[in-house]
Design a protein around this ligand. Structure first.
Ligand code: SF4
Length: 313
């Protein structure tokens, strides 16, 4: 609720603060148990920062992050470590997400040891072997190094590591964008199966609307640190309200698409250190009105939890 992550901009040898980058600026959203919320937006919109804040790899500047009975934003030390067990992260790049000097068995066991899971090394090896089998890899993989595996296999190992602590929420930060398309599909299917078997919730961070339409139950569209549209996936995909969502969806390849149907946005994403006045999207919006340059639209409710921030409605 109202989560913000602002980074100070400093200048000179005394690091005087001269401004702030508002990477995440007052985001409110709900991730339901056993469902997938796709957090969508182009590079630099703040979606990865939000995911990292939720995993408490970053401290939020303000806001509350309720997870069960706890406010994650307020937790420190041992209580935060305990809460992290239920909330794990899968990173974008499986090549840099693992220590190349550790065996896969050690990589998966690290979290088990930290959270005191398993009585001894034999016990932990059995748990790790089960996890590998769950993601489609043989037990022999435990005694090999990450560089001996392909990108898709490495991402499977990262998923097994995340599952080791039996989390109820996985934050997946573009987990398939570094992989070949055919391997992407295998990893997405694996995530779908694991969700069905384990009742996992996913916060799935992506810029790929094709992945969103395949995986998401709910969608939140982020632009310049804010959620501009959110709602049930089927509704947002069928009838996107915000011009930015409409542009993202028009870029999705379709067999029925004709020339000219694609909405091309002017310019690049503005700097979050110096966002535009009024509606932050107005310099790029094909429907911009005078009012949009002065006033900031509130979220308008379209029913069933579908909201959008735009003066067109
Ligand atoms: Fe475009 Fe105005 Fe809507 Fe912003 S409020 S998205 S500028 S029409």
């Amino acid at each position: 609720q109202d989560v913000a992550v602002h980074f100070p901009i400093t200048k000179g040898i005394f690091k005087r603060t001269v401004g702030h980058v508002r990477a995440v600026d007052g985001v409110s959203l709900t991730i339901q148990r056993g469902r997938t919320l796709a957090l969508v937006g182009e590079s630099g919109c703040g979606k990865t920062t939000l995911g990292r804040a939720l995993a408490r790899l970053l401290d939020p500047t303000r806001g509350t992050m309720r997870f069960g009975d706890e406010d994650l934003a307020a937790l420190r030390g041992k209580r935060l470590r305990q809460a992290r067990r239920h909330l794990q992260m899968v990173f974008q790049d499986p090549f840099s997400a693992m220590n190349p000097r550790m065996l896969v068995g050690e990589i998966i066991s690290e979290g088990l040891i930290a959270q005191s899971i398993g009585k001894n090394a034999t016990d932990r090896r059995a748990i790790a072997a089960d996890l590998l089998s769950d993601v489609g890899l043989p037990e022999a993989a435990l005694d090999r190094y990450p560089h001996e595996f392909s990108g898709g296999q490495r991402q499977r190992i990262c998923i097994a590591r995340a599952l080791a602590l039996e989390p109820s929420l996985l934050i997946c930060d573009e987990p398939t964008s570094a992989l070949d398309v055919s391997v992407q599909a295998q990893v997405l299917n694996l995530l779908k199966r694991l969700q069905a078997e384990r009742g996992l919730a996913y916060l799935f961070i992506t810029h790929d609307m094709a992945v969103v339409s395949y995986l998401a139950d709910d969608i939140a569209v982020m632009y310049l640190g804010r959620i501009v549209e959110r709602g049930p996936a089927e509704q947002v995909l069928r009838e996107p309200k915000h011009p930015y969502t409409q542009a993202l969806l028009s870029a999705m390849p379709s067999v029925n698409q004709r020339d000219g149907e694609r909405i091309r946005l002017a310019g690049d994403l503005p700097s979050p250190a110096n966002p535009p006045t009024g509606c932050h999207f107005h310099p790029r919006c094909p429907h911009v009105m005078e009012r949009c340059k002065r006033e900031d639209p509130e979220a308008r409710d379209f029913g069933d939890g579908h909201t959008a921030r735009c003066f067109l409605y």
